[in-house]
Design a protein around this ligand. Structure first.
Ligand SMILES: [Zn+2]
Ligand SMILES: [Zn+2]
Length: 360
């Protein structure tokens, strides 16, 4: 739990209220650690309300079901999505609930339920679950629409990753970029999300997938996830003059660095797309020249992979079952909740792959 940015998060006892109508209480089984939690910690990315219970990449088992909930029963295995479909706005109806701008979406993201209150208390005062889920906790009460049921034989430790890292990367390819069979794709940044852009591109049928990173270890993983060409940009500048002299069909920037975004855009072909997946610092500006217009190129922001979780997560579950979506291979280490705070404050400590908190 984090009271304010810039201070160490604490492991504390919190009261988790029973689910109101339309909500469920979930016993967490696994929760991945994401850079966004670390950004909330440092204050790099402001979040709506404090104190906040961190964690937003979780999976668990439904323990209590509020009145009126359809499609979920006690004992169901669920992945907790970052948002839910409001069901009525134009964007949600057309399948882009990541673009929802309704009160439902805003309050949900802030960890507030339909009655304007959260379901977390400490000495009577409210705490807020990050993005409405707050998964670095033994229990959480969430909107039922954010709890996506999956088959109980699937690993919850693996499937939790579809809530953020995998969903963001794969969704950027399938929902935002619409990569086509045979495309040439560039992925700059091969961390937890970038690897999933790579495997999304492989699943979509891209024939050439160029992975660029400054870490040799990340690049080795990139190869395992489907990259066909590796470029270590710590050793030499990114150069696609042989591989894609006319530019790539789609470039993904998964670092959040304005100069890299501009470079990715420069490396797209006429009519190509540059997808911004990495989170840039607040206020950062990206230099774009006239080739955006004269070459009919597209520069597109992608928020958490887009689309509708009720569609995306079962899709990824099916790809995982088929062996096409690698999840277990993403897990770099497992750790107990007691070690999560330290792990979040030292995210760049050389662990390759995702850190996943497992609950006994
Ligand atoms: Zn995340
Ligand atoms: Zn909506």
């Amino acid at each position: 739990m984090l009271r304010t940015p810039g201070v160490a998060p604490l492991l504390e006892e919190v009261d988790v209220l029973d689910p109101a109508p339309g909500e469920v209480m979930v016993r967490m089984v696994a929760s991945g650690l994401c850079a966004t939690d670390a950004h909330a910690l440092s204050g790099y990315q402001p979040i709506p309300r404090y104190p906040v219970v961190l964690g937003h990449e979780g999976a668990g088992i439904v323990e209590k079901v509020g009145a009126g909930v359809k499609g979920l029963v006690e004992g169901d295995h669920v992945v907790l999505a970052l948002w839910s479909d409001c069901g009525v706005c134009k964007q949600c109806v057309r399948g882009r609930c990541d673009e929802c701008d309704s009160d439902w979406h805003r309050t949900g993201f802030a960890g507030v339920q339909a009655d304007g209150r959260s379901r977390l208390r400490q000495s009577g005062a409210e705490l807020y679950p990050l993005f409405g889920v707050g998964t670095l906790a033994e229990h959480t009460t969430v909107r039922a629409a954010q709890a996506i049921r999956i088959d109980p034989d699937l690993s919850l430790e693996a499937m939790c990753l579809t809530a953020c890292a995998v969903g963001t990367g794969v969704g950027a390819v399938l929902n935002t970029a619409d990569v086509k069979v045979g495309d040439t794709v560039l992925v700059v940044g091969c961390g937890g999300v970038g690897l999933n852009v790579i495997q999304g591109a492989r699943i979509a049928g891209a024939s050439t997938i160029v992975a660029a990173d400054v870490s040799a270890a990340n690049l080795e993983l990139a190869r395992a996830f489907g990259a066909t060409h590796l470029m270590n940009t710590a050793e030499r500048p990114l150069d696609l003059s042989d591989l894609a002299p006319d530019g790539v069909d789609v470039a993904f920037e998964v670092v959040g660095h304005p100069e890299l975004i501009a470079e990715c855009l420069r490396l797209t072909r006429i009519g190509g797309s540059c997808i911004i997946v990495g989170l840039t610092a607040p206020g950062a500006t990206i230099a774009v020249d006239g080739r955006l217009m004269t070459g009919a190129r597209r520069l597109i922001g992608c928020r958490s992979g887009g689309g509708v979780p009720q569609y995306n997560i079962p899709l990824m579950a099916g790809l995982y079952r088929d062996g096409r979506l690698l999840l277990d291979e993403l897990i770099g280490r497992r750790l107990p909740l007691a070690d999560a705070a330290h792990a979040l404050t030292t995210m760049d400590n050389g662990v390759v792959g995702r850190s996943v908190v497992t609950f006994a």
